[in-house]
Design a protein around this ligand. Structure first.
Ligand SMILES: Cc1cc2nc3c(=O)[nH]c(=O)nc-3n(C[C@H](O)[C@H](O)[C@H](O)COP(=O)(O)OP(=O)(O)OC[C@H]3O[C@@H](n4cnc5c(N)ncnc54)[C@H](O)[C@@H]3O)c2cc1C
Length: 420
């Protein structure tokens, strides 16, 4: 059954309730709407497949056990974070966008309850992120789906003797490090590697080094730390095929044993296979003409508008072509999207150019920045081009995988001040 919502308000629709979507919603509610001539004529609507937000970078450790993090901090209710705003100014819709008609400016949503709803939008922000092939690494669907995947994975972890991880990026390396330390422990100070680990853990990467976003010398250190928790790295080798084909990816084959064929003709046997390669942007509901060849939303790199979609449409976060998928890029994009939404709403409400701020422009910081914990006490990384010592990676990220930062993001405290 389909119903359309006749709203007397102008909808500022945000698709996706994670780092990008929640941040923009707070920013607009705090800094844009109060400046509009008729404040009560607008409503911010977040539409998200999950009703909870979660600290996604924590997945490589969180998937091992609920004891790793306080669960009430790891997952938070989205609607609760918006109870602070005036009644009617915010609405949460638990469902997935299935179609956007950017000519008619309508979004169709499959509601969690099974029905369909269509909403007209005045402003649209696409912040639906990207999905991982493994369901262990984020809200590919909703929080229940993620938690169920973890429960199943944990039950198989108890008996697994061979684990293969495809992908030498941070998700694969962090997961290998966490599993290695949890299952095998850590070699002593004087040993360069853990001999005869209880569980054999192998990372396979097509690259000549793991962690391609970091310089090779840092990647080498990461490899040494991995060896200390019993993880072997196979480089310059591509996974050619997996049998059964969806091993580790779909829920029915999440923990099935698998044979992994490599492009050098050899193969590996695994009790657990974790595909940690590649992300798919969540854009199936958009017209192809709004997408790049890799499926991301084709976004104006400076204004973060989606120029081909008509006025007042924006994209940011992992779904957008504007920057490398990382939280620090989202934090830099939020004030730009927020300021440009404010400007565009004021102009649409009849203000003149001279009465509104000039456009705010985004520029991605492309310096080497990535932190990769390897278990609970070690890590490698760089920030703004500077190599970081292991203890600093531990202090900033490895202790709790950024959980110390997400409270302020979800509650909006992070966005209390308007960026000038
Ligand atoms: C294992 C792992 C570790 C990471 N570690 C780090 C790190 O240490 N540092 C760092 O900077 N970055 C890290 N990242 C990247 C970081 O998590 C992402 O950049 C960030 O989560 C992107 O946020 P987002 O808001 O764009 O989208 P996402 O976090 O992907 O969230 C998108 C939301 O939209 C919802 N959604 C999807 N489709 C629809 C739809 N059709 N309709 C409505 N809702 C929809 C999803 O359910 C989800 O809630 C990591 C990523 C992974 C997978």
């Amino acid at each position: 059954m389909s119903e359309s919502t006749p709203s007397s308000r102008k909808n500022i629709v945000i698709l996706g309730g994670s780092y990008a979507g929640i941040s923009v919603a707070h920013y607009v509610l705090k800094h844009a709407i109060p400046t509009l001539p008729q404040t009560e004529a607008y409503q911010v609507v977040i539409i998200s497949s999950a009703s909870e937000a979660m600290c996604r970078p924590a997945c490589p450790r969180a998937l091992i056990s609920d004891d790793m993090f306080p669960q009430e901090k790891l997952f938070v209710s989205i609607p609760k974070q918006f109870e602070q705003y005036p009644e009617g100014s915010f609405r949460f819709v638990h469902g997935s966008a299935t179609a956007v008609d950017h000519d008619q400016r309508m979004v169709t949503v499959r509601l969690e309850a099974g029905k369909t709803e269509t909403l007209k939008y005045h402003t649209l922000v696409v912040a639906t992120g990207a999905s991982t092939p493994s369901p262990l690494f984020g809200l590919n669907r909703d929080e229940a789906f993620l938690k169920e995947a973890w429960v199943e994975f944990r039950s198989s972890l108890a008996t697994a003797k061979r684990i293969v991880i495809a992908g030498g990026g941070p998700a694969g390396v962090e997961t290998a490090g966490e599993l290695g330390e949890y299952l095998n422990g850590r070699a002593g100070f004087l040993s360069s590697q853990l001999d005869n680990p209880k569980v054999s853990i192998t990372v396979v990467t097509a690259g000549s080094n793991i962690l391609p976003a970091l310089r090779p010398s840092i990647a080498k250190t990461a490899e040494q730390y991995l060896a200390k928790v019993g993880v072997t790295v196979i480089k310059n080798t591509r996974v050619k095929g997996v049998s059964p084909p969806n091993a580790g990816a779909d829920s029915s084959n999440l923990t099935t044993g698998a044979t992994i064929a490599l492009d050098d003709g050899s193969s590996l046997e695994a009790d657990l296979f974790i595909p940690a390669t590649g992300m798919t942007p969540n854009t199936s509901f958009l017209s192809q003409i709004l997408l790049t060849s890799t499926g991301q939303v084709n976004t104006n790199l400076s204004t973060l508008r989606v120029d081909a979609a008509g006025p007042r449409v924006y994209a940011l976060g992992d779904v957008s072509s504007s920057a490398r998928p990382a939280v620090h890029n989202i934090l830099a994009a939020v004030p730009v999207v927020g300021a440009n939404i404010k400007r565009d709403l004021l102009l649409a409400a009849g203000k003149s150019e001279s009465e509104v701020n000039v456009e705010k422009l985004f520029k991605e910081d492309k310096r080497e920045t990535q932190m990769v914990p390897i278990g609970k006490s070690k890590g490698v990384g760089a920030a703004m081009g500077w190599k970081l010592p292991s203890w600093m990676v531990w202090a900033i990220k490895g202790r709790d995988y950024w959980l110390w930062t997400t409270g302020g993001l979800w509650s909006g405290k992070q966005w209390a001040k308007e960026s000038k």
